[in-house]
Design a protein around this ligand. Structure first.
Ligand SMILES: Cc1cc2nc3c(=O)[nH]c(=O)nc-3n(C[C@H](O)[C@H](O)[C@H](O)COP(=O)(O)O)c2cc1C
Length: 190
C-alpha cells in the first residue's frame, strides 16, 4: 500500500480481537522503529511509549475500570480489553523542563512541541498498525488513570500519560465517512 492508501484505511476500529494477523514481535519492532523515526522539536526525544501485551493488557483495562469506580461501562472497556494490546503514549516532563532551561526564549513552546511530537508518533503508529492489518483507536482515560498506569508499568514520575491506543485484529469495519468539500479547509494560493 502507498501512503494515501494506508491513510484511507486508518480508521477508529472499536471492534477488535486478540488474534493478530502478524507475529507480536513484528508489532514490537514497528513501534520501536516509529518511535525512533518520528521527529520532534530540537530533536529533544520527549516521547515515551509503553506497549502493554498479554497479561498486562488485561491488567491495564481492569485498572482503568477500577480507576473510574464503575462510572465507565464494563462493556465499553471490555471491547478494548478484547484487543491484543495497548500502546500507551507519554512525554517526559524532565526532558521538557531541561529544554526550557536551556532555551528560555522558547520555554512556553516545549510542552506544546512535546504534544505535537506525540501526536505525530501516535498517528504514525495508528497508521502503521493498519498497514499490518491491525485496527486501533485513540482513547483518553488519563488523567484519571495516571496513578494506576504508573504503578502497573513502573514508569518514572516524570512520564506524563497522553493517550491509550488499544489494538487488535479487525472484527468490524467502521461506517464509511461522508465525503468532504476540502476546499473549505484547504486554501491553495499562487
Ligand atoms: C487527538 C485525537 C483524540 C481523540 N480522542 C478520542 C477518544 O478519546 N476516544 C475515541 O473513541 N476516539 C478518539 N479519537 C478518534 C476520533 O474521534 C476519530 O479519529 C475521528 O472521529 C475520525 O474517525 P476515524 O478515526 O474513523 O477516521 C481521537 C482522535 C484524535 C486525533
Amino acid at each position: 500500500m502507498n501512503l494515501s492508501e494506508i491513510l484511507k484505511q486508518r480508521r477508529s476500529y472499536y471492534a477488535i480481537g486478540s488474534d493478530l494477523p502478524v507475529p507480536e514481535s513484528q508489532v514490537v519492532k514497528k513501534i520501536e522503529e516509529y518511535t525512533e523515526l518520528v521527529p520532534d522539536a530540537f530533536n529533544m526525544k520527549s516521547s515515551r511509549v509503553v506497549l502493554a501485551l498479554g497479561k498486562k493488557q488485561d491488567l491495564l483495562w481492569d485498572a482503568i475500570y477500577d480507576a473510574f469506580g464503575g462510572k465507565v461501562k464494563h462493556e465499553k472497556l471490555d471491547g478494548f480489553k478484547a484487543g491484543a494490546g495497548t500502546v500507551l503514549f507519554f512525554y517526559d516532563t524532565d526532558t521538557v523542563t531541561g529544554m526550557q532551561k536551556q532555551f528560555p526564549g522558547y520555554a512556553d513552546n516545549f510542552p506544546l512541541w512535546a504534544l505535537q511530537a506525540s501526536g505525530m508518533l501516535q498517528f504514525t503508529v495508528w497508521s502503521g498498525l493498519r498497514e499490518l492489518g491491525i485496527g486501533a483507536t485513540v482513547q483518553h482515560y488519563n488523567p484519571v488513570i495516571d496513578e494506576a498506569v504508573a504503578k502497573l508499568f513502573g514508569v518514572p514520575k516524570s512520564w506524563k500519560l497522553i493517550s491509550q491506543m488499544p489494538f487488535g485484529n479487525i472484527l468490524e469495519e467502521p461506517e464509511p465517512k461522508d465525503p468532504e468539500d476540502i476546499s473549505k479547509r484547504v486554501i491553495v494560493s499562487r
